[in-house]
Design a protein around this ligand. Structure first.
Ligand code: ADP
Ligand code: MG
Length: 694
């Protein structure tokens, strides 16, 4: 809200709202008076007219009026007060399991009563169980409600009448205090109403409004609020990014290409056109003195690592350091191997920073880094630790960024040399984010896409097989390994318990070893120590194990081209993006590969649809778009990503058709109307943005 004024005050500033009530409202996300305005009804009740009893339909909440024929307390296991009410068209029962003795007297025969409740079929015609009711005095008709009655999301101790009263008070304050932030020129082309009109319709709809269009978010009044909210969030990210860029200059990383050229000569392959294009975009950014913030999206196996290595060499050539950060130790170790293999022969020192490193080795590594001897540092978030001091950090590569939050990304900027410059950031992810979502989730980043796989890759054939046919699947494993191939067997569990998951994997490994006595079966899970895990992974890589039973720890990054078969147990428990990632562990060589989704039937309709998407497509972007349509954005982006991005009213899946207009309008406003921008962010993001900057 506008910074001053009654709407900006805490709700407890309203009459009859004390500390307790304030706490309850806070549970609903209502802190300031203005928040009440954006607390939208879940549904509406129609008390605008009295309905003839004969017209009642089961399940409908309606207002009826009639004369009491008879009231009596019916004894029994559930003692109840039953009151028969009749109008000119028929009669029904009002039923109360909880009642005061006085009610029976007030509801005596002949009294005129008006009642509101949901009709249910009973033993003797319709019933209203625990209706709201009142005695109607005299002959003059009592007034009915003028508009539909909103029913708000509530919480224990907060009743609907209280919420209605509070929202009403906020609305009357809003009449004077709530500025319109979207001018005619924005609203008219989009067919959106003004703010006061929209709020009035939402909180007090006229009786003839199409109620579903309001509750389902299709009504222009709701779309108007959604648009404003999306716009505000987009602007807030634009502002964050702008501030980030302005804060400090970045070093110009323009090398002579000597090291990069040497690496290209040593590589056993040529970069694909897609890799070259993305690398060009990255190198273009690195040559500027404004910090790069670029996200490289590329499906699993598209070859992001070598692009990162060439970018790191640009930093080294310009006499700066590069950091490569991975979300897990396993992945960090894998990067370490790749980077050492590629860069060490060029005389570039690559060092490892892990949480496990300790004692003298850690001190040495830190000293080498601080003296500038280390040119490329590879590690996990251990690289964020304050003792890890770079002399000249010019580029930070962050792999699989969906595991890091916006905050960590921003924390990196302090790792630059003496706080005089900030490093460029290259973020790589294999989680394809549909373009629609990328706009909101990554508004602070530029995006490059490696949209083709290296030549010679075979698409992975995917089949879904019920667990009852497990023996057949074990037979497939035997056949594949007989041809010199290797197989992954991935165990997943319902509960997020590493211990249980590890246990299930152990059992599966034992069982497979019994069924396949001639094969060597290995096991990795999250409870193994890092060194043990690495030893097993290496044995699998070296072909000393034919079958690797694993929990989802292998999800990211492992690269064993000879593995051509993957079994995923209980695939219905994982997101499509995660399944696609897992499946990307096979099909990395030239052999035809397959993936077996071993499910425990029967599958729900949704689960069936989702697994079907995987069977049909090997394209991570297509899969992500479909997953978004089936499941919605929260699950797709993961809680960490959406945590900073909570919408009150907007729903990215439902409202995605607005996103293009939002982006367009945000870009224009950001340049042309700084005051509107500030007011929009204040109204919708408020504290959230300050938190994101901390
Ligand atoms: P991701 O994008 O999933 O991180 P990687 O960088 O791990 O993929 O690359 C997968 C495999 O493909 C690696 O073995 C890598 O050396 C290889 N690779 C990368 N680029 C090419 C290319 N242009 N041609 C052939 N193989 C490539
Ligand atoms: Mg990778």
């Amino acid at each position: 809200m506008a910074a001053a004024g009654a709407l900006a005050r805490p709700v407890t500033a309203l009459p009859r709202v004390g500390r307790r009530q304030g706490e309850r409202l806070a549970r609903l996300g209502i802190h300031r008076v203005a928040d009440l305005l954006f607390h939208l009804p879940l549904r509406y009740e129609d008390r605008t007219r009295v309905v003839p009893i004969a017209e009642l339909r089961p399940g409908e909440a309606r207002l009826v009026e009639g004369r009491v024929l008879q009231s009596s307390v019916v004894p029994g296991r559930r003692r109840r007060l039953v009151c028969r009410l009749a109008d000119a068209t028929g009669s029904l029962e009002l039923v109360f399991f909880h009642f005061y003795a006085a009610w029976q007297r007030r509801l005596q025969a002949g009294t005129r009563v008006r009642a509101f409740g949901e009709a249910r079929p009973g033993m003797a015609g319709m019933q209203l169980v625990h209706p709201e009711w009142e005695v109607v005095d005299g002959d003059a008709p009592e007034p009915v409600a003028e508009g539909l009655t909103p029913v708000y999301p509530a919480t224990e101790g907060l009743t609907q009448p209280t919420l209605r009263r509070l929202v009403g008070e906020a609305l009357s304050l809003g009449e004077h205090e709530l500025p319109e932030l979207l001018g005619e020129h924005i609203r008219r082309p989009l067919g959106l109403p003004d703010l006061h009109g929209a709020l009035a319709v939402i909180h007090h709809p006229p009786p003839d409004v199409a109620v579903e269009s309001l509750t389902e978010g299709r009504h222009p009044a709701v779309r108007r609020l959604v648009f404003e909210e999306l716009l505000a969030h987009r602007l807030s990210l634009l502002r964050l990014r702008h501030a980030h860029r302005q804060a400090l200059p970045a070093p110009v990383l323009r090398g002579d290409g000597r090291l990069a050229g040497a690496l290209r000569e040593r590589l056993p392959f040529r970069l694909t056109a897609a890799q070259e294009r993305v690398l060009d975009e990255v190198l273009g950014d690195l040559g500027q003195d404004r910090a790069m913030l670029r996200l490289v999206q590329g499906d699993v196996g598209s070859g992001k690592t070598v692009v990162a290595a060439l970018a790191a060499l640009a930093a080294v050539e310009a006499d700066w350091q590069a950091a490569v950060m991975a979300p897990t130790e396993l992945l960090a170790e894998q990067h370490l191997r790749a980077f050492r293999e590629w860069l060490a022969p060029l005389g570039v020192t690559v060092d490892h920073f892990s949480g496990r490193l300790s004692g003298a080795r850690r001190r040495e590594a830190l000293a080498r880094l601080a003296s500038g001897g280390t040119r490329v540092a590879v590690g996990t978030h251990a690289l964020f630790q304050p003792e890890v001091a770079f002399t000249r950090l010019g580029l930070a590569v962050i792999d699989e960024q969906h595991r890091f939050g916006v905050h960590q990304r921003l924390a990196l900027r302090d790792k630059g040399a003496d706080g005089a410059v900030q490093p460029h950031q290259l973020i790589m992810t294999a989680t394809p984010i549909p373009r629609t979502l990328a706009m909101t989730a990554y508004a602070d980043l530029d995006v490059s896409v490696i949209d083709a796989l290296p030549p010679g890759r075979q698409p992975v054939t995917t089949v879904a097989i019920p667990a009852a046919r497990r023996d057949e699947v074990i037979e497939r494993v035997r056949a594949a390994c007989a041809q010199g191939r290797q197989a992954y067997w991935v165990c997943t569990l319902v509960e997020e318990s590493e211990a249980l998951e590890a246990q299930a994997a152990e059992e599966r490994a034992r069982h497979l070893q019994e069924a396949l006595p001639d094969l060597r079966v290995g096991l990795v899970h999250g409870r193994l120590g890092g060194a043990d895990k690495e030893a097993v992974m290496r044995a699998f890589e070296d072909g000393e194990l034919e079958v690797l039973v694993a929990t989802t720890v292998i999800e990211v990054g492992v690269d064993v081209p000879n593995a051509s078969l993957m079994i995923i147990e209980n695939p219905e428990r994982l997101g499509l993006a995660q399944l696609h990632q897992l499946r990307g562990r096979v099909g990395r060589g030239t052999a035809a590969s397959s993936c077996v989704l071993l499910y425990h039937g029967p599958l729900s309709e949704t689960a069936r649809a989702r697994l079907g998407v995987l069977r049909e497509s090997n394209d991570g972007f297509r899969i992500a778009e479909r997953d978004l349509a089936i499941r919605g954005p929260g699950e797709l982006l993961g809680t960490r990503q959406t945590g900073a991005m909570e919408y009150r009213i907007a729903d990215l899946a439902r409202d995605r058709d607005l996103l293009d207009d939002v982006r367009h309008e945000a870009g224009r406003l950001f340049h042309d109307e700084p005051e509107t921008v500030a007011a929009l962010i204040e109204r919708w993001v408020g504290e959230g943005e300050r938190y994101a900057q901390a």
